[in-house]
Design a protein around this ligand. Structure first.
Ligand SMILES: NC(=O)c1ccc[n+]([C@@H]2O[C@H](COP(=O)([O-])OP(=O)(O)OC[C@H]3O[C@@H](n4cnc5c(N)ncnc54)[C@H](OP(=O)(O)O)[C@@H]3O)[C@@H](O)[C@H]2O)c1
Length: 293
């Protein structure tokens, strides 16, 4: 029987990349691919991209069971809010009731005894997935290349960050998606695996130098103190509990006090059999997307 895969966060950065990574499998009839979305606009965008949307709102539990009917694997992705905790629990409860066997969870890279809240929440969700008896694959990415690129592409003369001169490790959404897709396609092969996702460690100055080189235009790093991050996140509308946790974690990174901040792993090559996407690769492939300077 064709495997049915539900990707949550399908309109977002990593879920969207996972949809694209699985599109050829769906087109070949090897899987049935459903993109979860809470809005009509999201459904329209998924349809325009050739995907099948399914109505799904973490905050409206009535939508969960119908979306999970007959599903074999779920890519569990939540956004940047403390709601991630209750949203994940609701999904896991509904998945258990619907007898979904396998969960691929998008978490975050941190030491097991991390004191920082949003990392801890991801760890508690991992433990719940295991305790509830799902077959699981845990993805633990570090810094997303896409997040920094998203700001840079609109202001391609500078990169701004709050981590000082610390060297931290990076991963692209396409590499996360490739690993997620492998696990979603072949759960038996990836069951019980924990996949740290971070492929190269660079300082922001090194990233600026790479971007200067790739774009053939000067790019400077403009460091901001980590202490200035919280008001910025709140002004952008981030939910305060999550914003506080994020800002506290970034301050620890700026101070050089975050274990694993610069750790790199061979997960992408090991799981996908291809070389991972470096910052240089990522920028070279998107050079033409940059706003005119
Ligand atoms: N950025 C980093 O450097 C980093 C590093 C490590 C880990 N992470 C983890 O990555 C995750 C976020 O991934 P991302 O960047 O791909 O997120 P994203 O682009 O913000 O996408 C979030 C997705 O969740 C959906 N969503 C939000 N609320 C929903 C609801 N109530 N019901 C159904 N869907 C809902 C959004 O749909 P709409 O389109 O409807 O809003 C969107 O598709 C977080 O768990 C974070 O901890 C991030």
């Amino acid at each position: 029987m064709t495997r049915r895969i539900l990707v949550t966060g399908a309109t977002g950065t990593v879920g969207g990349a996972a949809m694209r990574a699985l599109a050829p499998d769906a087109a070949a009839g090897a899987i049935e691919l459903l993109g979860a979305t809470r809005s009509d606009a999201g459904a329209a965008r998924l349809r325009e991209s050739g995907f099948e949307p399914v109505a799904f709102d973490y905050d409206d539990p009535r939508t969960l069971r119908p979306a999970l009917e007959g599903v074999d694997s779920i890519f569990l992705v939540t956004g940047y809010s403390v709601d991630m905790m209750i949203q994940s629990k609701r999904l896991l409860d509904a998945a258990k009731a619907a007898r979904v066997p396998h969960i691929v969870h998008l978490g975050a890279l941190a030491a097991d005894d991390t004191p920082y809240a949003h990392f801890g929440w991801h760890q508690l969700i991992e433990r719940a997935i295991e305790a509830m008896g799902f077959s699981f694959t845990h993805l633990r990415p570090n810094f997303f290349i896409d997040t920094v690129w998203g700001a840079f592409r609109h202001r391609p003369d500078r990169v701004v960050h709050f981590i000082g001169d610390q060297r931290v490790s990076w991963i692209s959404s396409d590499d996360m998606a490739a690993v997620a897709a492998a696990a979603l396609r072949e759960p038996d092969k990836h069951a019980g695996q924990i996949y740290p996702l971070a492929i190269e460690a660079l300082t922001m100055s090194e990233i600026a130098a790479t971007l200067s080189d790739v774009t053939q235009n000067p790019v400077t790093y403009q460091p901001r103190p980590a202490a200035s991050l919280l008001p910025i996140l709140l002004k952008q509308g981030m939910e305060p509990v999550y914003a506080t946790s994020l800002a506290t974690g970034v301050a620890a990174i700026e101070a050089g006090e975050m274990p694993l901040a610069g750790a790199v792993y061979d997960t992408v090559a090991r799981v996908t059999g291809r070389q991972p996407i470096t910052w240089r690769d990522y920028a070279s492939a998107r050079r033409t997307d940059l706003a005119a300077g």
